[in-house]
Design a protein around this ligand. Structure first.
Ligand code: NAD
Length: 463
């Protein structure tokens, strides 16, 4: 673990291998229950001594420090995750931007004044946003750095202290980042990182009475366990998705095909807000599909350390096998395979399918891999029904020239965000991000995450 500004290593190790080469790329401490309790106690001691201006300066300094070490962090991400260098470099840039925005938002945390008429007199209420206290952040493997940054940066901005439990598949970049923060002046009692087997240490974090809030990003199944175990704690849950891109009959099909391929294949398809279903109006589907295949075939998949590659591997061979099997099942259910559909080790080839039945597992569940499945729909109404027909509700993208159609979709889709002329994955640190239904509870996006990590205190006075 990393606590009190230093690494504390157990002899028992988590061994990390690069999913492409199988090579051992490092190891992390297999922390135990006692370590986790110690880590929580270390951040519980933080006394909220930093002013907003100081927190802002620390976050800005960390952004500068991270940018200066971009290549080192990008290599760390690629080493432990198998994501290609292009993705890893992008991820570091996004993390820098998130830290910069957090630095700005740290200075803008404020409540409001409410004039109240009560009985014969008037009173004034003022709301004050106080830090929640100790935040526990549990993060997934798919963005080993940025998933940590989007939780740690708002916590620091809000003046909370934080214990991070990164994915056991990708703990090394999280540890590197925590060290970077303390090197840039973040107090050593403000952040700790614990690593190890989630079955052993997860519940210690979740059930601890010393933890005030849990912010979790990961699968629906784990999210449900988190919610049950955390009990009466503040919760922010960013869970899975199977986001649709809806392509209507009036769409610019070349643009739609490009957006569809990028949304389905970026980060090797391992993005919660990646395109998992392409709902195409029947009248243009025959024209759209060849354009999509042309785009998908352009994506180069191979050695993640080769800077020319667009895609690396999935997190493991087992994950790639599961995606391959779901594609094969979709074909057995009536889909037509257009390209890809196979894996090499942990790498899944960029894949496109047409005539995918809306009920096959590939598109009903979240498929975390580089797959572009086309589902043909009759019209806008059927697009809404199919889009809303799964347990998830993260984001959606819409390609149409009709504002009227866009408004009908924006109103009818049960998701957290609808993007026009963009994929569902459109991202900015300034806007809220999060889902409905099983995709989660609460919102990230820097300003919104800071809000989640504060609590309202109201003071009322005669006026
Ligand atoms: P996962 O649910 O397997 O693991 C997520 C985290 O939970 C990891 O740190 C893991 O160690 C931890 N965990 C597992 N069991 C636990 C337990 N019993 N107690 C406490 N912690 C436990 O998810 P993953 O495979 O790492 O990530 C992929 C999933 O994350 C996908 O479903 C993806 O959609 C989702 N995701 C969502 C968002 C979002 O913002 N909505 C972003 C990225 C990823």
């Amino acid at each position: 673990m990393f606590a009190c500004g230093a690494m504390r290593e157990r002899a028992e190790r988590l061994i990390l291998r690069n999913p492409y080469s199988g090579e051992v790329v490092g190891s992390a401490s297999m922390d135990r229950r006692d370590d986790v309790e110690e880590a929580i106690a270390s951040v519980r001691a933080y006394d909220r001594r930093l002013s907003a201006a100081q927190r802002s300066r620390l976050l800005a300094a960390a952004a500068g420090g991270l940018l200066g070490r971009k290549e080192e962090f990008a290599l760390s991400i690629t080493r432990e995750s198998g994501l290609c260098l292009k993705d890893s470099r992008n991820e570091v840039e996004r993390a820098v931007e998130n830290l910069r925005v957090a630095a700005e938002e740290a200075k803008r945390i404020h409540g409001e004044a409410l004039q109240i008429s009560a009985g014969d007199g008037n009173r004034m209420a003022a709301t004050i946003l106080e830090p929640v206290g100790v935040v526990c952040a549990i993060t997934p493997f798919n963005r080993p750095l940025n998933q940590v940054v989007v939780k740690v940066a708002p916590a620091i901005a809000a003046n909370d202290s934080i214990v991070v439990k990164p994915s056991e598949k990708t703990p090394l970049t999280a540890l590197l980042f925590a060290q970077l923060l303390t090197d840039h002046g973040v107090p050593s009692d403000m952040i700790a990182v614990v690593t190890g087997d989630p079955r052993e240490i997860g519940d210690v974090l979740l059930a601890s009475p010393q933890v005030d809030m849990v912010t979790f990003t990961g699968s629906v199944e784990t999210g449900e366990h988190v919610a049950r175990t955390a009990g009466l704690k503040k919760l922010l849950l960013e869970l899975g998705g199977n986001d649709p891109l809806i392509v209507l009959g009036d769409a610019d099909l070349a643009v739609a095909a490009q957006i569809a391929a990028r949304g389905a294949l970026a980060t090797t398809g391992q993005s919660c807000r990646g395109i998992k279903r392409i709902l195409v109006a029947e009248e243009v589907a025959d024209a759209f599909v060849p354009l999509l295949v042309e785009q998908v075939r352009r994506w180069r998949c191979g050695d993640p350390f080769d800077p020319e590659m667009d895609m690396g591997t999935l997190a493991s061979e087992e994950a790639a096998r599961a995606v391959e099997e779901r594609c094969a099942q979709a074909v057995r259910d009536g889909a037509v395979l257009l390209c890809g559909g196979e894996r090499k080790g942990a790498a899944m080839l960029p894949t496109a399918l047409d005539h995918v039945p809306a009920g096959t597992e590939l598109v009903v569940r979240e498929t975390f891999g580089p797959v572009a499945p086309v589902i043909r729909v009759r019209d806008l109404e059927e697009a809404i029904t199919v889009a809303n027909g799964t347990a998830y509700g993260l984001q959606a993208g819409v390609i149409t020239r009709s504002f009227d159609a866009f408004v009908r979709l924006a109103r009818g889709l049960r998701v957290g965000a609808v993007n026009l002329m963009e994929g569902p994955g459109f991202d900015s640190p300034h806007i809220p991000f999060g889902g409905v239904k099983k995709s989660g509870i609460g919102r990230e996006g820097m300003r919104y995450a800071i809000r989640e990590m504060t609590t309202i205190k109201t003071v009322v006075m005669p006026w």
